[in-house]
Every structure is written in C-alpha cells, then in structure tokens.
Write a protein that binds this ligand. Structure first.
Ligand code: ACM
Length: 683
C-alpha cells in the first residue's frame, strides 16, 4: 500500500471508530433510573392513546401525541396495545411535578405523573426511545429533574430571528426537557418587540444600517427608518409574541422577556435622547438615573410586557452599565443627594430597587444579571450569574435564588472546536465536554443554601451569529449537554456515554431539519494541550524583568506558569496562557540551575484581534552562564497583521549551545493589547 493510501485508510478507520456508538438507552437527558428487559412492545397503527388529564391539557397532549404518531385516540381506557397517560396523586420515588414513571409491558406503555408537565416529559422519553424503531423495551423508567429552571437564552437583538425559528427551537427544547426560553429582546443592536405606546422603538430603533452586527458595530452604529433602503432589523408584533408564548406554554416552556436597563440601551436613547443624561443621541448607553421620565418610560414599557408575558420573572438586564454620565449629570447628582446615595453603584441599586418595587406591585419578580448585586441587591430579586458563579453564590448566601450561567461553561457563542475549522465566533473555546462537565453545586455549598440554586441556562449571544442555521449550529448539541446538567442526577452522568447519545441526537436533529455542529468530526483541543510537555525548564525558577509583570487576571497559575509543562488550549481564557499587558511585553529569565546543553528554545503566542490579543512584533532569545551577561541567539521581527482569525505561532531558536540562564523577550506591536504565551520550552 502506498503511504498516502495507507494514510487515507487509517483516517477512515479512525473516523469510523470515532463515530461508532454503543447500543444503550439513548435518552437525553439521562433519566434517574432505567430498568429494561429484552422483550419489547411494538407500537403500530392500532395502538390506542388515552389520558385522564384535564380537558384543556388533554387537548394539547392529545394533539401532540397524535402529531408525533404515537397512536390513535381512544375515549375509553384501552387494555391492550395501549399508551396510557395518567395523572396520579402520588408516585413512589418522585417528588417534583415534572417527574414521571414510564412502565412498559406486553399491554403497552403507561406514563404516570403528578402533573401534565410530567406526562409531557414522559412522552418525550417515549418519543426518544422510539425515534428509530417503533419498539420499546419492557421495564420501568423513573425520572425527575435535578433543577426546576432549565433554560436557553436567545439573543434576537444582535441578529433578528423570526417566529417560525423560535417555535422550532421551542420544539427541540421540549424534546430535551428544557423549560425556560429567555429572549434577549433589547440591546444596542436593535429593539425587537412592539410597544404600542412608543412606536419609534420599532419604527427606527429596530432597524440599522448593516445586516451583519460586526459591520454595523465597526462603522457608525446608526439606526435608520424601517422604510429606508437596506435597513436591517425586525421585531415581533404583540400578536406574534402571544403566538410564541402560547406555543411555548403548550410545550411546558415559560418565555422570560429581557428588557435591558439601565445600560445596553443605545437604541432607545437614539430615538428618545431625552431619557439619557446628555439628551444627545448616540452619546450614552445608560438611561439617566435621575430623571423621573425614565422610570415613567420603563414602567409603561413593562406594563405592556407584563400584559404579553405571563412569566413569574421579568428580566431587566442590569449588566455592564458604564455609569460614567451619572457622575456629572445634575439630575443624577440631585437624586443621589435626595436619597443619601454615595456612589454610582448605589445609584444603580436604587434604579433596580425601584423597578423591582414596580414589578412586585404587579405580582412579578425581578431577574437580572449579577451586576444587580452591585450597590445592594433588591429584596426579592433573583440573580442570573454570568461573570462566573460568585455572584450567584453570593446571592444564595443572602437568601436569594440564583440561576447559573457562567461564561466558562454556558456561553455558546464561544468556539466549540478548533477555531481554524469553525465560522468566526466571539472567542473562547467551549467544547461539548466542557459544557457537560459543569456542576453548578460546588462541594463547599451547604444543602440549605444549595436549595436556592434554581437552575442553569445556556446563552446564545448573537454578535457573530447572523443566520438561523448558524444559531442552530452553535446551540446543538451543546444545549443537550446543558439539558443533562440541568435535569440528570450527577451520579448518572458519564461523558463517554453522553457522547455516544449526542452523536445519535445530532443525526436525529439533522433528520428533523436542524443544523447541528458535526460532532462526529470534532477535532478537539489544541494539539499538546491535554498532556504535559517535558523540557529542561520544567519546574525551574523564572524571574520577570522590571515592567514585565503578567496581568493578574491571566496569571495561568503565577510565576511557574511558563515552565509548568502545561500547554494552553484554543483560548487564552483556559488558565494555561499567561497574559502580558504592560508596554515592556514579555521579558523573563529562566535559571536551569546548572549549565546544560541546549538545542532549542521556543514559545507559542496566540492572536485574536477582537479582544485585543496580538502576536509579538519582535522576539529576542538569549543565553548566559552567569545570569549577568547574555549572548543573543536569535532576534526575529514579526509583521503583525490584524485579521478575523484565531492564530497560533511558535517563535524559537534551534542550534547547539550550552547555558544555565535562558532569557526570552517578546515585544508588543503598535496595536498594543495583550501578549499571551503558554510555555517557554527549552530542550
Ligand atoms: C452578558 O453577557 N453581558 C450578560
């Protein structure tokens, strides 16, 4: 066999092995307990469906079961070839209304639950088990969720997604037992919901000059009239919102609207500049916190929102307020004086408290990103923790509920595979396995506080997600991993087993017209990132020259990071890349302890221009016997070019020499920003 044929043959074998899946119960999320036998019950066109669920619910359960071809309807309880959906008063081993028991024997399938939601989830399990063949093994499944809140967030502001797309995602969410759809309806990139009292919000603030968020963001960030040529945007009419909410409700999904405040509101302030501190359009992103007209506006908007969304929670954003204009604004200063407020953080807290009182007066509760903790949390608020988990944990310790959605595990706008194989993403690297590995309850949390952990959510912010296909590609199958985090008992979780089920789910999703990531051909982490690298410098002392300190937030473990034998992966955020923000760049000396023969010295750098991470402009590698006098081995000038790619490059020297000290210098380019290096490898 020729070498190339051998290589192709081996690649094919590898792919086949990689995509092979074991036969087992292919249910996502994995149920609490599954006992199955070898005998099977076979569904056919005469299988009869029956339920004792209440009339209203029966209609949809019936419609749903028939639509999914589980059988024909029977008004009498059938005794054979039957699918029984039965509400019961008690169920052994099940405590939550969403739980169910699924029993199969020769007479058919019986799903019992304490509520219609439980029956619905039992149906999802049945549908998954019969998705390939219309047979189901005799036996018993007992199942209930770990967390009450199992969410997905769709950002429809940065790019707009229509009603049919949302309904399609609702169907998939239900299939995987997710029960909250959070719609990020407003942001700088466009206001996306009809508010009858404020028509300019959808006449102008919903439309912009460029279709791609990136083009719009990198140009003038202008809003234009809906009728203007090339206007990009859109919004949901109130009728469409009702349609979405109703469709979601039928699938046991609550839709939570997010209306951003006090910041991320450029689009509102462009059309109603009098609601900003300066009254100048296109100047600020924060509402003025001193102007009562702002509260009047927000309350009027929220009245229409509450009319449309029956959800217990209204999400008010609360993230990333700059608060700068508040420091100079006469109205904000007057408000602070009047209320005895000392800082703009407290002024934000005043803002959120005031909105919370309004929502509470209308029997709704406030949900906000973890910045709502700053300056004091409103008394009944629930925190959605995105900047890590600390905010959520803090809220829980204060007796508040929290929903965990930390960026590291739950932001699906990150790359899910090797960046060079993927469409441009926000950055980061969040493969399926990492999502799956998330456990929102740390060992250190006592059980009483842990009860306040309401659930978890996967977020799809859409700056780099311009199309429906792309949105699905980023969501699936990662949201399936999160569904299992949210629903399944930790003792039942195994990534290997989940991966096999996810491969099947990806095929299934594709058959149904979704556009999931091609999990079967996942490349995986950066070569070398998952195993230690051995070299002469490992464990040796590193001295950082004056002015070449690493940035605290990207220390990668501190002074030993550059010689710890651990390579970085596809993202500088993985705690293995050390970041340098100072003007001096990297300038480190490694003491090998004694003079040793050396044949190579190298280091890898990465570039991702969006967050300001660049290649070095110059690398200098030197050696010394005494640590005082250094001899230059190599000096390399690098042309740093801005682009959209995520790139990795090695800069090094090879030859034959001897030294005790190795000095590695890397200078920043004119773009400034960060240098990131993971390891200085000396051989
Ligand atoms: C957020 O990602 N700014 C909540």
């Amino acid at each position: 066999m020729k070498k190339s044929t051998l290589a192709i043959g081996l690649t094919l074998i590898t792919l086949l092995v990689a995509c092979e899946r074991k036969e087992h119960v292919s249910i996502i999320p994995i149920p609490l307990s599954v006992e199955l036998q070898t005998k099977v019950f076979t569904l056919n066109e005469h299988t009869q469906l029956w339920t004792n669920a209440s009339n209203g619910e029966e209609t949809f359960l019936k419609e749903y079961a028939i639509k999914h071809q589980l059988g024909v309807w029977s008004d009498e309880r059938p005794v054979s070839n039957a699918i029984i959906l039965e509400i019961v008063d008690t169920l052994p081993d099940i405590e939550t209304p969403e739980g169910y028991m699924l029993l199969t024997d020769k007479s058919g399938v019986k799903i019992s639950a304490l509520s219609e939601a439980g029956l619905f989830y039992g149906i999802q399990t049945l549908l998954q088990m019969t998705s390939e063949e219309k047979t189901i093994a005799h036996g018993k499944i007992i199942d209930e969720p770990r967390f009450e809140y199992r969410g997905m967030m769709l950002d429809v502001s940065r790019h707009f997604f229509g009603v049919d797309f949302i309904k399609k995602q609702i169907e998939a969410m239900a299939y995987y037992k997710l029960n909250h759809l959070h719609l990020h309806l407003t942001d700088a990139a466009g206001w996306r919901i009809e508010i009858k009292r404020y028509p300019e919000l959808t006449q102008q603030a919903a439309w912009r000059t460029h279709a791609l968020w990136k083009d719009w963001w990198n140009n003038d960030r202008l809003y234009i009239n809906k009728e203007e040529e090339n206007a990009y945007g859109g919004f949901y009419t109130q009728e469409q919102i009702r349609e979405i909410v109703d469709y979601a409700q039928k699938h046991y999904i609550t839709v939570i609207p997010e209306i951003e405040m006090p910041s991320h509101s450029e689009e509102v302030l462009a059309v109603y500049p009098e609601l900003s501190c300066s009254h100048i359009p296109y100047k600020e992103s924060d509402f003025c916190a001193g102007n009562d007209k702002v509260f009047e506006f927000i309350e009027n908007v929220l009245l229409e929102i509450m009319e449309l969304f029956p959800s217990h929670y209204i999400h008010i954003g609360g993230d990333e307020a700059s608060k700068q204009s508040w420091k100079e604004c006469l109205l904000c200063k007057a408000r602070m004086q009047e209320e005895g407020i000392d800082s703009v953080d407290e002024l934000q807290s005043y803002f959120i408290h005031r909105i919370e009182s309004f929502l509470n007066a209308h029997e709704r509760n406030l949900l906000g990103w973890d910045e709502i903790l700053d300056g004091g949390l409103a008394p009944n608020a629930t925190v959605m923790s995105w900047r890590g988990t600390e905010g959520g944990l803090k809220a829980m310790r204060m007796g508040h509920r929290a929903i965990m959605t930390p960026g590291e595990f739950c932001y699906f706008d990150a790359y899910q595979d090797a960046p060079h194989t993927q469409p441009e993403a926000f950055g980061g690297y969040l493969p399926l396995q990492k999502v799956y590995s998330y456990d929102p309850i740390p060992d250190t949390l006592d059980s009483k506080t842990a009860k306040l952990l309401y659930g978890v959510q996967g977020n799809l912010f859409a700056e780099y997600i311009p199309t429906e296909e792309h949105m699905e590609y980023m969501a699936y199958p990662r949201i399936l991993a999160l569904a299992e985090v949210a629903w399944s008992a930790p003792k039942n979780k195994s990534f290997e087993d989940f991966h096999a089920r996810a491969l099947k789910a990806v095929e299934d999703l594709r058959t149904k017209g979704y556009h999931p990531f091609d999990l079967c051909h996942e490349v995986g982490n950066r070569p070398g990132a998952d195993k230690p690298v051995r070299h002469l410098g490992v464990g040796k002392q590193v001295v950082y020259a004056d002015g070449s300190a690493y940035y605290k937030g990207y220390s990668a473990g501190g002074d030993s990071a550059l010689v710890d034998g651990v390579r970085g992966g596809w993202t500088y955020g993985d705690k293995h890349w050390q970041g340098f923000l100072g003007r001096k760049g990297v300038d480190v000396i490694i003491d090998l302890g004694k003079t040793l023969p050396i044949t190579s010295i190298s280091a890898d750098f990465m570039q991702i221009c969006g967050p300001g991470v660049f290649m070095p402009a110059c690398v200098i590698i030197s050696i010394s016997h005494d640590g005082e006098t250094f001899t230059e081995l190599k000096r390399e000038d690098i042309k740093v070019v801005k682009d959209d790619a995520v790139t990795f490059k090695t800069f090094g020297w090879e030859g034959a020499s001897k030294a005790r000290y190795v000095r590695y210098q890397a200078q920043r380019s004119d773009f400034g920003g960060f240098l990131f290096v993971d390891e200085i490898v000396i051989k």
